[in-house]
Design a protein. Structure first.
Length: 64
């Protein structure tokens, strides 16, 4: 179930990150579901893929 992203998935994530505003990039761990969905829609990528990526990033940044 846990696997590295494919090259296509990495390409999709790169598209999403490229269109994110500086504020979104600097505050990615606090993006709402609606913001993630809008970014995915604007980038024309799979919203579930972006949500998984953002959630993983948030977990990684969470203090232990």
């Amino acid at each position: 179930m846990l696997a590295s992203p494919t090259s296509d998935e990495i390409g999709q994530l790169q598209k999403a990150v490229a269109i994110m505003t500086e504020k979104e990039l600097n505050n990615a761990v606090n993006l709402t579901d609606e913001q993630v969905a809008r970014i995915a829609d604007d980038a024309k990528i799979d919203p579930a893929l972006l949500a998984i990526f953002i959630n993983g990033y948030a977990l990684y940044c969470k203090p232990r």
